[in-house]
Design a protein around this ligand. Structure first.
Ligand code: OFO
Length: 180
């Protein structure tokens, strides 16, 4: 006979669970997007940017897993996102980093909406859990913005692109990641 598991009461609301699952989708999308970009950079000869993006794709997966564990620990059900149609061809290295900046701004908006929702319904547990993501987004946006700035600072002619690719590898030394 199949065992019946009685779901205990929980403070996580259905709506918050749905919004957290939506955020899981966003982090999964970031991971897939950066993986596609890493591959394009690698095959185009931008080895440092490829390395940077493979690492960032892994980091985004970790962000997704953080949310998975939180939702399940809070008595909800973290759902694997359905991710298709990822752009995997790009016009230039500059386009890659401009798209990353655009995407990270979208992710920040999504986190802010989620935090706002938790504050309004007084779910301070989830509100506090999300503070890590708030700080992380500041770091992610800064990194992407610095990368885009390199294209104007250095210029893309001659050895410019080669230099930009190398400098992208050093950007992480200038941002402070949130504490675990
Ligand atoms: Fe998860 O930080 Fe970027 O998207």
């Amino acid at each position: 006979m199949e065992k019946q598991i009685i779901t205990p009461k929980r403070s996580l609301t259905e709506e918050t669970e749905q919004l957290l699952n939506k955020q899981i989708g966003m982090e999964g999308l970031s991971s897939a997007y950066y993986l596609a970009m890493a591959s394009w950079c690698e095959k185009s000869g931008y080895a440092t940017s490829a390395d940077f993006l493979y690492r960032h794709s892994d980091e985004e997966r970790q962000h997704m897993l953080k949310l998975f564990h939180y939702v399940n620990d809070a008595g909800g059900h973290a759902r694997h996102p359905d991710i298709t149609g990822i752009q995997d061809d790009f016009k230039s290295l500059r386009e890659v980093f401009e798209l990353i900046l655009e995407h990270e701004i979208e992710v920040t908006k999504s986190i802010n909406d989620l935090v706002d929702h938790c504050f309004k319904i007084k779910d301070f547990t989830t509100f506090q859990f999300l503070q890590w993501f708030v700080i992380e987004q500041r770091e992610e946006e800064t990194l992407a913005r610095r990368a885009v700035e390199l294209f104007d600072l250095i210029g893309e002619d001659g050895v410019g692109l080669w230099t930009i690719d190398n400098e992208i590898g050093k950007l992480e030394n200038f941002v402070t990641p949130p504490q675990e």
